[in-house]
Ligand binder design. Sequence first.
Ligand SMILES: C[S@@+](CC[C@H](N)C(=O)[O-])C[C@H]1O[C@@H](n2cnc3c(N)ncnc32)[C@H](O)[C@@H]1O
Length: 267
Amino acid sequence: MPASKDEIVAANRDAWNDAADRHRAHAQYAALLEGFATPGFSVLDDTLTGRLQTIGLRGKTVAQLCCNNARELLSVKNLGAASVAGFDFSEAFLAQARELAAAGSIEVELVQTDIARIPASFDQRFDVALVTIGVLSWMPDLAEFFTTARRILKPHGILVIYEQHPILNMYDSRGTQLQPLPDESYFKAEPLRFDDGLDYWNEETYEAQPCYWHFHKMSDIVMALLHAGFSLEDFEELPHNVGDYYGFENQPQQLPLSYILVGRRES
Ligand SMILES: C[S@@+](CC[C@H](N)C(=O)[O-])C[C@H]1O[C@@H](n2cnc3c(N)ncnc32)[C@H](O)[C@@H]1O
């Protein structure tokens, strides 16, 4: 186990950069390039689209924390946001984001940074901050993460989290069928080390840089948000898969597979 938070973040960044070429070579990437060449293209599902429409995007400045190739952020711009900015520590994925944006001549600001170190020039710049699918478990420190989210939002700005449910940390993410018994405790304190790669598009394993995934309980997430100075405006646990857990959907005894949470910066 790396000794410090900084070492964990550095290891994770190397692992993400390593995975980027594999995603770039995937048919999904070609489909995104083609998709964004069409005006108005969006990859957002009905749950997130509906929520963003209720909040209203017209005239809004929107940030995405851990934007990866920015496919969701570019969709937000296409849905009518005034301006969008994406933050991620992986230069290799941000290069793909620039290419996707260029395919549709979509204006986007892309910033390579560890989330905890977003420059102060972005403080209070955004009306809406977005966190989606597969982000929170990469964060070694939720308090720091939500403090950053609060810092970049304008007073009373809105944070939308649309994520995989943390109960899924108990199950192997590459399991396509619901396993009868979980592999891990929901209360696991140490991060899980992966060294077989982050290629969740091809679902191929390879000898990779080790990286570290954290088991934050739902109560940890909600309490860290409140302690960082957000009020809770809405929170719903959902039965549909937003990641790789397709085989877990439509079960008679349904696990929660995702959730949407809306917080507001208090002052
Ligand atoms: C699973 S991906 C997000 C995928 C995105 N929601 C989508 O569906 O396309 C997680 C992203 O978090 C980024 N990331 C992880 N830890 C980070 C950190 N400490 N600072 C900045 N970016 C980070 C990774 O580079 C990666 O692009």
